[in-house]
Design a protein around this ligand. Structure first.
Ligand SMILES: [Zn+2]
Length: 676
């Protein structure tokens, strides 16, 4: 057995060797060893890690997770990982951050270096003897992409370090942010718009897009800038004592740093600077999303160290969400996959917190009423972090006389079926569930699912291909697929056999039950149990189609809202067309032989405990369908108690009163006698 310290030393050596050869290979384009030798190093490291998983080094190149770089750029391992910062969002959290630091540095004076938190892309620059060798994106913090070619086109970024008045280190790794200043961003977008090309939503996206250009000529044409904020490595050591000295030293080497920077002697002063910059933010030349607070003294930084992957000596102090005012130009209704109609306000594009916002969801008609937003109104739009933009308020004082009140549309904007919204429901829906193109995928998925028509083999992959070929406009088209056998055979990887299996499965599904068929229609609120109740109550599809609201409500398990959904479903003319086509294609079921059986008529049952195969509601409904009354308490009149897991006092009482008890298995067998 090796000593732990020896294992770590070996691991470190291997990691460094691999990084060195990566550098020679990727950056210098001069491999120093053969691929085979490289693989050996890699496997040697892996073997050690498998043997001593507890000693796994955080920067090991064998273990890369998340944030995979694009395949087109070469991947580079950061010798010093690029860490992320913790966040604070208000004064209280800022002061807590400072308290934690001061507790760890008793009797020491702590000063804070306060910098702008630039909203760009972090990169790392590697200089050898004053010459820029490579630039790498942050990537996942462990590995990034080699974007040297593009980095070299950034005008304010030194390709050679200036050696006056400081000495140039042999090795220098500088960290900083690439971004597009506001002015350059506006010019770029204006120029792109004039050429009819794509514009960017915000300066950050524009900078990211430019840095990732494989053609450095394009990157060169983009107004990018680099601002240094730290030193990752320096050999020989620079001998500097503090952050603010480091920044100054970097400017002497030729780097630009962000336009504001403060040295604060107390956390209260940090708070003041934060408030000051919030005021100045619109006038800055670049987008920022907060401030970065660092302990200024480098020795103190070392003493504080890291908590997991975040430095204890630094934090990001984020700005609150931004708000901007703009005009509602229109309100469109979008139809979701389940038929929900969502109002979306089309806005005059406006920059909110650095992002151009031109649409904002209004959620539902209730929200429109609550806000009293009308087409033509001025609204405040608000954004917080990555959260989607929201309408904060409407400005009625700016309302023009021709502002239009928003109405729920009467017909679906996609399929023109009636739109319905039962009282008490928040969301309006398109009633053309079987026909509506917006709901097509969900309708088909549901129709073929196991508890519906159970067409095994018509999985998502098929459905996608068939939709793509326009062979499935609605569920009835499923029964015409056999007419397109040649097309089906042409679908990638679909052999003769799988096509025949599919056609057979479709053919077999034609014989079904009324309950399954009703369930398959995907009527809102009509699950498996309700479908069974409806089949039991109405006996034929014709009777169900003609049922009025009162008749529907008499069905067990059908409340006011579900009754209305059912009625509206059968009132949508397009649904009826699809139904007719389904029946014409040969879907059929046996007519019920006996009238509704209610073998438990008048009996009182109790369900208690947890059932593993169904909810207690489901059990209740199924008993009700058989005519039983389901009661919440056990009495001498109780006919039977269904007891699941963890049944408590009700079971005790049943035993005391000598009332029959069924366990879940017995109950399922009992139901099976009656249910089809
Ligand atoms: Zn529709």
């Amino acid at each position: 057995m090796l000593k732990n310290s020896d294992v770590i030393a070996q691991m470190r050596q291997l990691i460094q060797l691999i990084a060195k050869h990566n550098h020679a290979y990727y950056v210098m384009d001069q491999p120093s060893i053969s691929d085979n030798e490289y693989d050996q190093l890699f496997h040697q490291l892996k073997a050690l890690e498998q043997q001593y998983p507890e000693l796994l080094q955080p920067d090991t190149p064998t273990n890369k997770v998340g944030g995979q770089p694009l395949s087109k750029f070469q991947t580079v391992t950061h010798v010093v990982p690029m860490l992320s910062l913790g966040n604070v969002f208000n004064q209280e959290e800022l002061f807590a951050f400072a308290r934690r630091i001061e507790e760890r540095l008793p009797n020491q004076q702590v000063e804070y270096d306060v910098e702008l938190k630039l909203d760009g892309l972090a990169i790392s620059l590697w200089y050898e003897n004053g010459v820029l060798i490579r630039g790498v994106t942050r990537g996942d913090g462990e590995t990034g992409e080699d974007i040297s070619q593009n980095v070299k086109t950034i005008r304010n970024l030194p390709k050679y370090l200036s050696h006056n008045p400081v000495e140039i280190p042999q090795l220098l790794e500088v960290r900083g942010e690439v971004l597009m200043p506001k002015l350059g961003f506006e010019r770029l977008n204006a120029a792109n718009e004039a050429k009819g090309e794509k514009t960017f939503a915000n300066p950050r996206n524009a900078a990211a897009g430019s840095l990732r250009q494989l053609d450095p000529n394009i990157a060169a044409s983009r107004p990018l800038a680099f601002y240094a904020y730290g030193i990752a490595q320096c050999e020989p050591h620079h001998g500097l004592a503090s952050m603010h000295e480091s920044l100054h030293w970097l400017t002497q080497l030729g780097f630009e740093i962000a336009e504001r920077q403060f040295l604060c002697s107390s956390i209260q002063e940090v708070q003041q600077r934060y408030e000051q910059i919030q005021q100045e933010r619109p006038n800055l030349s670049v987008e920022i999303d907060g401030m970065v607070i660092k302990v200024d003294d480098l020795k103190q930084q070392q003493q504080l160290g890291f908590l997991s992957r975040e430095p204890r000596w630094a934090t990001a102090y984020k700005f609150p969400a931004e708000i901007a005012r703009t005009t509602v130009e229109n309100i469109d209704w979008q139809v979701g996959r389940t038929g929900t109609l969502t109002p979306v306000a089309r806005l005059q594009p406006v920059l909110v917190g650095g992002v151009t916002v031109s649409n904002v969801t209004l959620h539902n008609i209730g929200e429109i009423h609550r806000l009293d937003v009308r087409v033509g109104d001025q609204v405040s739009v608000y954004r917080s972090g990555d959260v989607i933009p929201k309408v904060e308020r409407v400005w009625p004082e700016f309302r023009s006389a021709d502002a239009q009140i928003v109405q729920l549309p009467e017909n679906c904007p996609v399929c023109s079926s009636p739109v319905v919204m039962p009282e008490g429901e928040a969301l309006a829906r398109c009633s053309g569930g079987l026909y509506c193109a917006a709901q097509r995928i969900e309708a088909i998925r549901h129709f073929v699912s196991r508890k519906a028509l159970d067409i095994e083999g018509l999985g998502d992959r098929w459905v996608e291909s068939l939709l793509h070929l326009d062979l499935l406009k609605d569920v009835a088209d499923i029964y015409h697929l056999h007419e397109h056998r040649d097309t089906l055979l042409g679908i990638e990887k679909m052999g003769e056999k799988s096509v025949q299996n599919l056609i057979d499965a479709i053919e077999n599904s034609k014989k079904t039950t009324l309950a399954r068929f009703i369930y398959a229609l995907g009527i809102r609120g009509v699950g498996e149990t309700t479908a069974r109740m409806l089949a039991n109550t109405f006996q034929t599809l014709e009777a169900l189609k003609l049922a009025d609201i009162e008749a529907l409500k008499k069905t067990p398990d059908v409340g006011d809202i579900t009754a209305e959904w059912i009625l509206d479903f059968f009132l949508a003319p397009h649904n009826l067309e699809v139904l007719d086509r389904l029946l014409a294609a040969g879907i059929h079921w046996d007519a019920p032989t006996a009238p509704t059986r209610q073998p438990l008529n008048g009996e009182s049952w109790v369900v208690t405990g947890t059932l593993s195969t169904m909810g207690r509601d489901d059990a209740t409904q199924r008993l009700q369908a058989l005519g039983a009354r389901v009661s919440g308490s056990v009495s001498s009149k109780t006919k039977c108690v269904v007891a699941g897991e963890k049944a408590g006092s009700k079971l005790d009482k049943a035993e005391k009163l000598d009332i029959p008890v069924m366990n879940e298995q017995e109950f399922l067998e009992f139901l099976a006698q009656y249910e089809n």
